[in-house]
Design a binder for this molecule. Sequence first.
Ligand code: ATP
Length: 348
Amino acid sequence: MIEVNNLVKRYGDHTAVDHLSFKIEKGKIYGFLGPNGAGKSTTMNMITGYIASTEGTVTIDGHDILDEPEQAKKCIGYLPEMPPLYFDMTVLEYMNFVADLKKIPKDKKKSMIAEVMEMVKITDMKNRLIKNLSKGYRQRVGLAQAILGYPEVIILDEPTVGLDPKQIIEIRDLIKSLKEKHTVILSSHILSEVSAVCDYVLIISHGKLVASDTPENLGKLAEGSNTLNLTVKGEKDKIRTALGQIGGVKNVTVADAKEEHAWNVTVSTNEDSDVREEVFFKMADAKCPILEMQSKKVSLEEIFLELTEDDKKSKTSDKKMEVNSAGEAEKILEAQNGETDKKEGEDK
Ligand SMILES: Nc1ncnc2c1ncn2[C@@H]1O[C@H](COP(=O)(O)OP(=O)(O)OP(=O)(O)O)[C@@H](O)[C@H]1O
């Protein structure tokens, strides 16, 4: 349906979108997730042909957005971050205006406008001036103009920003209902929103794709990554070997600790494995006393934060870019844990 290949947008020296590639399939809801300034709006503006890319291509149903803009744009309905509304028009006048812009045939115009207004629940407001509408209703009118003409793809930039909780739930339900007939791409910086609404999540940080998977798989990744942080005294290899023998342990990293002859050890386990007792007995058998033990469950929020954090750990940022499945992300998180531990040791 949509193919984005090596998309780049530079503003002077600043790279807002950095070699982004992905495919969007029909009939699903896709979520662009990323902190403010990650490049979500810039990407959406390029997909919709609102701004040109510096490099790379976007094709929609086989039409390049820059070479065949009319055919490509026909397939898209777009709700930008700031809905393009005319405040001095009534809702109905505005809908007619948009229908004419979209070249909706005259014989279908009236019924389609009525249908879309009913869908987004603005029929009661049709004679109200847009400037007199609440933020929630303005957002609905924005959504209505995106849906009008029933384009195959509907792109929504931060569709629930500034709405109250009730309006957020209503707009989310509406977006979910669009899936029956449309492919939807929405952007958000709210993890829970994307998990609640989307079939597939693309996490963007500093203009790069750092992870993409279903919310379930990203969730499994979070649930599946319990971690034990230990400080253990003894021989490094002995500790590693003994811990590695415990069932359910996926990974063991050992790094320098503050205390002499002690190590910071991170043990990653499967989601349902509680290995604390076994770790205790194994270390006792190996005569390696445990000085500290802390159990930690990695949440989806933490994974999101890890993946989108500022490039403090530039060492790991290149690896992050390669993440494109839960499995790979898991490996990288484990690697990052190891590096963090080492860093702590090196500092002391
Ligand atoms: N016209 C522009 N000129 C210069 N820099 C820009 C321009 N538009 C966006 N940027 C920069 O590009 C980066 C990405 O911005 P973008 O608006 O795409 O992010 P975003 O993920 O949509 O964030 P937000 O949720 O805050 O809108 C930011 O650093 C922003 O300052």
